[in-house]
Design a binder for this molecule. Sequence first.
Ligand code: SAM
Ligand code: SF4
Length: 327
Amino acid sequence: MLIDNHNRTINYLRLAVTDRCNLRCNYCMPAEGINFAHRDTLLSISELTSLSKWMVEEGIDKIRITGGEPFVRKDLMVLLRSLSAMEGLGDISITTNATLIGPYISELKELGILNINLSLDAIHRETFERITRRDQYDTVYNNLLRLIAEGFNVRINFIVLENQNIQDILPILELQKHYPVSVRFLEEMPFNGGSKSFNRIEWNYKKILEYVTSAYPDVEKLPSPATSTSINYKIKGHKGAFGLIPSFSRTFCGTCNRLRITATGDVITCLYGKPKMNVREIMRGADAETRLKKAIQNTIGHRERTGFDAQQAHANVFDNSMTSIGG
Ligand code: SAM
Ligand code: SF4
């Protein structure tokens, strides 16, 4: 079992498989991209598989595959096939921009990988293109509808961006009105590769809730697991649900059960901190399994209590880009 120094059980690994992406969302990275990792610094698929297996043996039972855009990694399905056969791993999920998932939908279904978080910060094409700086709207929207039709458990992640997509908040709720999906509104975090800095946000989760309930007063709060980062609601008569994720307000740190490992092997114990160690050399050296397990246990034993503490402890944390951290 992985238990941190604040007595929180860590059973959820967010594993990034690349820092590269075919979109350029302006809240995530600058238009020109970031200094992407060199190929030989990325963990190989076989290293990612061993790492996952050893983490599952240590008590991880949920792995989310993220990036960058996971599907730009050509051999992603090789990893997913191994994960789907891994004993003890109860939940495999993917966070994706849904531009490249199309050819893999059938196999994902066969593998039983049905939990897809799909990032979509706009329902209007112009808003989408302005935010992502790319023209992939039709592909994303069609893949979204396909995933829903195929019975995937789809959660739409919508980052609320002041002066950018406020006009899309109410229209995107139409998706959860007609389909059994959850639309989750996330607060913007200042991890955009240094292209924009801020230390407060106008559109926090309270304001988003007020805005939604002014249009839909008949909402019911849904029960959520203690470790959930999302506060969930159902609008009367709608098929799906909506949620609020206070990712900037950080109300959920007390029950945080997550560990992040980036595509280059950096181990991050809090989004608002810097990497605590790197596993790449361990994975490539002698006695990798024992050394990895010991190093992870040690790192988990030195977590900050909250995102605010982590932010205090690390200078320049806001130079980071979410494409390297994995969200
Ligand atoms: N490319 C995939 C995607 O966009 O879904 C996976 C990686 S992306 C970095 C993971 C999640 O982080 C996405 O839901 C994205 O919207 C979110 N994200 C990126 N930058 C963010 C920021 N500055 N604030 C809040 N969320 C952010
Ligand atoms: Fe790419 Fe996801 Fe970042 Fe957008 S949020 S640029 S899709 S990694």
